[in-house]
Design a protein around this ligand. Structure first.
Ligand code: ATP
Ligand code: MG
Length: 308
């Protein structure tokens, strides 16, 4: 079993318009609410790849059915901790030409009792898992070192962490098994621009020296770079067109989690991860892949060793 902490579950509202004109009233051709959040994306992608997975996250009474139904349909065991405040909501406006504008709500602010309940559910689920994923923003009320503490308390279970800002900085010093910053997060963490695979390799080596067993830096269409302590690997696949790249990092993380759970080495984990990231980019939906698409992309992924 893989367990995902995606505490800040969201309800995403997707509006489709011809072209967004700020400051005007516009009618959407399509408007649809659906469950979202980075941890939820990871969990549903892990399930799509055929591994058992559970997700621990917040939910409110108004959306419990929507989230539970979607997760059940997708094969994810959902442990929803119900709160009084409305759960986080996010708006995405997609224009006909493909551009997406996102507005992310701040989400609820949790008190000590709610945080305690969430963490209790998390530890209960983590105990029966071989691999843990901590992904996305923490609900307000948690300290920035919450992921780092969860990693330290995981009693040797490998933790894969995807975070940003201060939460990422703390996680970098936590001895997490895998850390997955994207280009912007890597730049912030390194304190200098991370643009090329060579820049990414230098950061991956530095993170490894700091105690991260398998650091992976993602570079959007340029793929991903990972270090396994011996070699630096670069994996990428070229797509003719992409429909929606939002959530590609979440899907890549799911691919890494599945491959590592199956005992694959870094090079093969990157291959599956990159295939998942690209599969997400090819479809309209955010943070989900179809298994057939991943399997078709996998052999097209170029994996090269950078240091020989
Ligand atoms: N246009 C693309 N073409 C091919 N592969 C892509 C493309 N965009 C993303 N990918 C794949 O997905 C992976 C993750 O993408 P990216 O670096 O954009 O993650 P991210 O910024 O963390 O995304 P998010 O946080 O929205 O999930 C990349 O490493 C790459 O393998
Ligand atoms: Mg990301």
């Amino acid at each position: 079993m893989i367990t995902v902490a995606g505490f800040n579950t969201a309800i995403d509202h997707l509006f489709t318009v011809d072209a967004l004109v700020p400051g005007t009233v516009q009618r959407a051709a399509q408007a649809e609410p659906y469950p979202g959040g980075k941890g939820l994306h990871v969990a549903q992608t892990v399930a799509a790849l055929g591994e058992r997975v559970q997700l621990v996250g917040l939910v409110d009474a108004a959306h419990r059915n929507l989230v539970a139904r979607r997760m059940a349909e997708r094969g994810v065991l959902f442990h929803g901790i119900e709160i009084e405040q409305p759960m986080r909501s996010c708006i995405a406006v997609r224009e006909r030409a493909g551009r997406v504008t996102e507005i992310l709500g701040p989400g609820p602010e949790l008190g000590p009792a709610e945080r305690e309940e969430l963490l209790r559910a998390w530890w209960h689920c983590a105990e029966e898992s071989v691999l843990l994923v901590l992904s996305g923003s923490l609900p307000r009320g948690f300290d920035a070192d919450a992921y780092a503490s969860m990693v330290r308390q995981a009693a040797g279970r490998p933790c894969l962490v995807d975070a940003s800002g201060e939460v990422l900085r703390h996680a970098a010093g936590s001895g997490a098994f895998l850390l997955k910053p994207n280009r912007d997060e890597a730049t912030e963490l390194a304190g200098r621009p991370v643009r090329t695979p060579e820049d990414a390799a230098a950061l991956a080596r530095a993170l490894h020296a700091q105690g991260i067993v398998l650091p992976v830096v993602t570079l959007g269409a340029e793929g991903a770079v990972g270090f396994d302590g011996r070699s630096v690997w670069h994996a990428s696949v070229t797509l003719e067109r992409s429909a929606n790249v939002v959530g590609s990092g979440d899907c890549l993380l799911a691919g890494l989690a599945v491959a590592l759970k199956r005992g694959e080495p870094m090079a093969e984990a990157l291959r599956l991860g990159v295939a998942c990231g690209a599969a997400n980019a090819m479809d309209e939906e955010t943070g989900y892949v179809r298994r057939e698409r991943v399997l078709a992309l996998q052999p097209q992924v170029q994996v090269r060793r950078m240091d020989s």
